[in-house]
Write a protein of this length. Structure first.
Length: 456
């Protein structure tokens, strides 16, 4: 490779990395939404700065975001397919900003609780709207050699949002409204920066706008591309005779990945991954970790961010299937260990409880937490990617709502040990399912993935 070719290659890589970062900035605020209840509920229930909330009211604040999220997922699908990937990325910031402002300005008076509920609902809608667009945009814009790494970046930026809100909560442990005010800044930053990006070249090609698609691809890659690569992209996004609709779900290249991803998300949720995120401080206490719960939550957030960055590279090197299986086995072992520590109730095991909880976050982030989100942009055909992705993420967050809302009741019914055992068994069953049914997409083009489902 001569110096000129090497320079072009480096410029192209740097351009695609910067584009991936800009596109995923919109996922920081949704990440904050996921982690917000963990740092806000202890302060809300203490009554130091607001009316004291009951356990039932607190569970609604934790879970209401997951009611709004499926709504956002369903809105996101038509936005992606009809109005474009860029429009979907821009629009997700509006409900996020409105929701954070409602929470930040809530006053202890008549309607206080309903204002909090509305704020959580709107931030949930924004989270749902952010679940698919960035991954789809990157999958369609990135070079095949970088796609496996860059499509996992949505999880990185969600993890960054979770860590930031945990950090804000540890600095302002009683000021949950101040934390919400800080969170409101991030949708504004995202909207301003997304504005400078072009539309996805594949979406433009699917609308018959070939010249715009070629220009967009050139901007997103940072270099002029060989003619055959441009023509391959135009063929991939060739105009569809009609818009995607629910009748497309019966096609094997749609219903097969739809079923696999929905099962992946189901096992993700019932193995407790999101419970630990939403109830981080409470989970640390239930596990018998006798230290500052906010410190533990920050450690959990930092662990998740670090591992997500590592997995971004590892998924490119090792593929999806090995990481998913290793993740499930590790989660099973961690939850089994945690249940045993709770059963023994020995203060000498406090360090092991804390270590096991952090290791659980580590192992879940290796596969169960990150991979299903990344694979949304890879498994579905171009024409139905928005619709199928919206359906999948909608179902994922419905599972999440059910698990989060029932966590307090599960804790009372099964006890701490029983809850951890339940999550461990769910992780084991999920691992078995993924071993048999999860396809490997690493090293395959999007067309090859679609053909794989069509012929099986």
């Amino acid at each position: 490779m001569d110096s000129r070719t090497a320079s072009r290659s480096v410029r192209s890589i740097l351009t695609q990395v910067c584009v991936a970062a800009l596109v995923n900035l919109g996922s920081v605020s949704p990440g904050m939404n996921l982690g917000y209840s963990a740092i806000a509920l202890p302060a809300m229930q203490s009554g130091n700065r607001s009316a004291t909330l009951s356990q039932d009211e607190a569970s609604w604040i934790a879970s209401l975001a997951s009611i709004g999220t499926p709504i956002g997922c369903l809105v996101s699908g038509p936005l992606l397919d009809r109005w474009g990937r860029r429009a979907a990325l821009l629009s997700l910031n509006a409900p996020g900003l409105a929701g954070w402002m409602l929470i930040a300005t809530a006053q202890v008076q008549s309607g206080f609780l309903w204002q909090l509920y509305a704020g959580r609902l709107l931030t949930g809608v924004s989270t749902g709207m952010a679940s698919v667009p960035a991954t789809v945009y990157i999958a369609e814009a990135a070079d095949q050699s970088l796609r496996g790494m860059l499509v996992t970046w949505t999880s990185i930026f969600v993890s960054l949002g979770i860590l930031l809100v945990y950090l804000f909560g540890s600095v302002l442990p009683e000021d949950w409204q101040g934390v919400a005010g800080v969170c409101a800044v991030f949708p504004v930053i995202s909207a301003v920066l997304i504005w400078v990006l072009p539309e996805s070249p594949v979406w433009l090609a699917s609308r018959g706008r070939a010249l715009e698609a070629e220009n967009s691809l050139r901007r997103l890659r940072g270099v002029d591309l060989p003619r055959q690569e441009v023509e391959a992209l135009l063929d991939r996004g060739s105009p569809s005779p009609r818009a995607a609709n629910f009748s497309d779900v019966i096609r094997p290249e749609v219903w097969k990945p739809l079923l696999i991803l929905n099962m992946f998300f189901l096992f993700q949720q019932i193995s407790g991954v999101f419970v630990v995120i939403f109830y981080a401080v409470d989970i640390a206490d239930e596990a018998g970790v006798h230290t500052d719960g906010y410190l533990v939550s920050v450690l959990i957030g930092a662990t998740r961010l670090l591992v997500t960055v590592v997995i971004s590279y590892a998924s490119k090197r090792f593929g999806r299937r090995p990481l998913a299986v290793v993740s499930g086995v590790g989660m099973t072992m961690c939850m089994g260990t945690l249940a045993g520590c709770v059963h023994l109730e020995s203060s000498a095991l406090n360090w092991l409880r804390a270590l096991t909880l952090v290791l659980y976050i580590f192992m879940s982030t290796v596969g169960f937490l990150t991979l299903p989100w990344a694979m949304i942009g890879e498994l579905f055909p171009t024409r139905v990617r928005g619709l199928a992705g919206g359906i999948t993420t909608c179902c994922a967050y419905l599972y999440s709502f059910a698990v989060l809302k029932t966590y307090p009741e599960m804790k009372d019914t099964l006890g701490r040990q029983g809850v951890f055992l339940f999550y461990g068994v769910a992780a084991l069953l999920g691992t078995v399912f993924l071993w048999f049914y999860l396809p490997e997409t690493q090293g395959k083009t999007l067309e090859e993935v679609e053909q794989m489902f069509s012929r099986k």
